[in-house]
Design a protein around this ligand. Structure first.
Ligand code: FAD
Ligand code: SF4
Length: 514
């Protein structure tokens, strides 16, 4: 006989650190919250040290806060002997241990975990129920519903729907503020070095003790842990400070330099909020409202606020919709049949291509690269070189502190690699050196010549670019957005094309040494 009711166990995943979730409104003696550090989560891909450290540190902090607020918490740390190192295996053991009556969990964002918990709910000895994570602005299947029966998904259509539905940047009569929905064309300036990038005001923590525990447990990682001066937020309070700082100093210039690249600045005017958003310390709605208010109060220009809001209200929700509509097949997709292995320099940054080396080295030291580095530098090179999208997907999923499959996979496989055959991007995001030179300052100090196409020191991007479009004529020749490219190819003398193609072939056979 029990003198107390059998408890309900509530699972909190490492990316569900939202203290505003309705679960936590008041402590309940019949509820035990579970947080677990497990090898199945650290090892499904090789992760950046800061990703593992940041999530574990934030989970530990979250557990402390819950306890301080009177909640019952069971924290399973990575080095505990009883830890079965797998979420479902631990759940089974804890159900028995606590003689639990039921288990609840918040909707996981990754298909892998969603499936594992669903499967377990079918066989578990107790009732297992999923609740909403109360984070996103759309349901998992909402984008799919919006595009039901349509041949092609279009982010712009989805984005306008979101603006109307959430009443963001609209005039009282429902028109877009500033007379247009999208100020993308105003978001493409190179950064001349002024205004100065905002100071890095993120808090600094010494997580060396936790890092020692992670290493002793045998978790393998890549990159620099920066354990003694760790800069990713530990909790919502710190994430809110970061949001304040971005709104004050970054947002006013975000629009102008959203697409810029610079060897003098690794973050430019980007918000660095993706870790806090993806672990749910911050809510996307509050972030959008803060940007809108900054514009309404005259603190940031419209094209900056709109550009930023488009990323959070538009792209972030849109890619999630694509993920849930296409999984599980999405991560195996490879429409261009690219199979080349990633060169070793993806893991150490040792390439002579200055733009690529800069993006890779900072990814290894910071666990972060901004969007244009991910899309138009590393992603661009990978697509031009025909690197295996599945391998690349695993690399992106591991290297960035904000990488969770629901957002990483559509960005990598869809937007960046066109591996999904154009479901997400209406054309492949590739460029020659001209774009990288126009948007940044890396070419000045590069071993390669951004203008040269086939001489010894020619920038590899150039010949790869033309070879890419030539070898993928079947997929792209009729794409109206690529008319100019194919027009140029048509007018190109055959001899020139052949020279570019043989330069490209030599480049590809020498990939490790570029
Ligand atoms: P900002 O530039 O300040 O943008 C603000 C916020 O908008 C971001 O925090 C993010 O939440 C959202 N956002 C911006 N662009 C996108 C986008 N394309 N898709 C979804 N949300 C977006 N983002 C991730 O959160 N996790 C990933 O694993 C990830 N992998 C990517 C892989 C590739 C190949 C590419 C091209 C992009 C990827 N992105 C990913 C999207 C984007 O690059 C990052 O969200 C952004 O760089 C995070 O930095 P920030 O917070 O400073 O963003
Ligand atoms: Fe990158 Fe080519 Fe410019 Fe070098 S020359 S920085 S490789 S675009």
């Amino acid at each position: 006989m029990h003198d107390q009711p059998r408890p309900c166990l509530r699972l909190i995943l490492g990316d569900q650190l939202n203290p505003l979730h309705s679960w936590f409104q008041a402590p309940r003696p019949d509820v035990i919250y579970l947080l677990m550090e497990v090898r199945s989560e650290t090892d499904y891909v090789l992760h950046h040290a800061q990703k593992v450290l940041g999530i574990f540190a934030a989970m530990r902090d979250f557990a402390q806060q819950l306890k301080a607020n009177g909640h019952r918490v069971r924290y399973v740390s990575i080095d505990q002997a009883s830890n079965r190192q797998d979420i479902v295996a631990n759940l089974e053991a804890l159900v028995t241990h606590y003689e639990a009556s039921s288990v609840e969990y918040q909707a996981p964002d990754e298909w892998r975990l969603d499936q594992a918990l669903r499967d377990w709910s079918q066989t578990s000895s107790v009732a297992v129920n999923m609740v909403d994570s109360e984070h996103f602005l759309t349901r998992r299947d909402e984008a799919q519903q919006i595009f039901l029966g349509k041949k092609q998904w279009l982010m712009e259509h989805f984005y306008r729907h979101q603006r109307r539905r959430h009443q963001i940047l609209l005039t009282p009569d429902g028109k877009p503020e500033g007379g247009q929905w999208n100020f993308d064309a105003d978001n493409r300036k190179p950064w001349p070095g002024q205004p100065a990038e905002p100071a890095d005001m993120r808090p600094c923590h010494d997580h060396s003790e936790l890092w020692r525990v992670i290493e002793s447990a045998g978790v393998k990682t890549i990159g620099d842990s920066q354990a003694t001066a760790f800069r990713w937020p530990l909790n919502r309070a710190e994430a809110l400070q970061q949001l304040d700082h971005f709104i004050a100093w970054g947002l006013p210039h975000f629009g102008d330099y959203q697409d810029a690249l610079s060897e003098h600045s690794w973050r430019l005017f980007h918000s660095l909020l993706s870790f806090a958003l993806n672990t749910k310390m911050l809510n996307p709605h509050e972030v959008v409202i803060r940007a809108q208010t900054a514009w309404r109060e005259g603190h940031a220009p419209l094209h900056a606020a709109e550009g930023f809001i488009r990323q959070v209200l538009g792209w972030r929700e849109y890619v999630r919709g694509m993920y849930w509509a296409q999984m599980p097949a999405y991560t195996r997709t490879n429409q261009l049949a690219h199979t080349r292995a990633l060169p070793d320099w993806f893991w150490n940054g040792q390439t002579h291509m200055a733009c690529v080396a800069s993006a890779l080295k900072q990814s290894l030291t910071q666990g972060y690269a901004h969007h244009i580095q991910r899309l138009m530098v590393t992603g661009n090179f990978a697509l031009l070189a025909g690197l295996d999208p599945a391998q690349l997907h695993r690399w992106y999923l591991g290297i960035y502190v904000d990488a969770f499959e629901w957002v990483e996979a559509p960005n990598t496989l869809g937007m960046s690699q066109w591996a999904d055959g154009g479901l997400l991007a209406t054309k492949p995001y590739v460029s020659s050196a001209a774009y990288i030179h126009r948007m940044g300052d890396h070419c000045k100090n590069c071993r390669y010549d951004h203008k040269a196409r086939t001489s010894d020191n020619a920038c590899p991007f150039n010949a790869l670019y033309w070879d890419f479009f030539d070898r993928h004529r079947t997929q792209f020749e009729t794409n109206p957005r690529l008319g100019v490219v194919y027009h140029q190819l048509k007018r190109m003398p055959e001899k020139t094309l052949q020279e570019l193609k043989s330069f490209s072939a030599r480049t590809l056979s020498n990939l490790e040494n570029l």
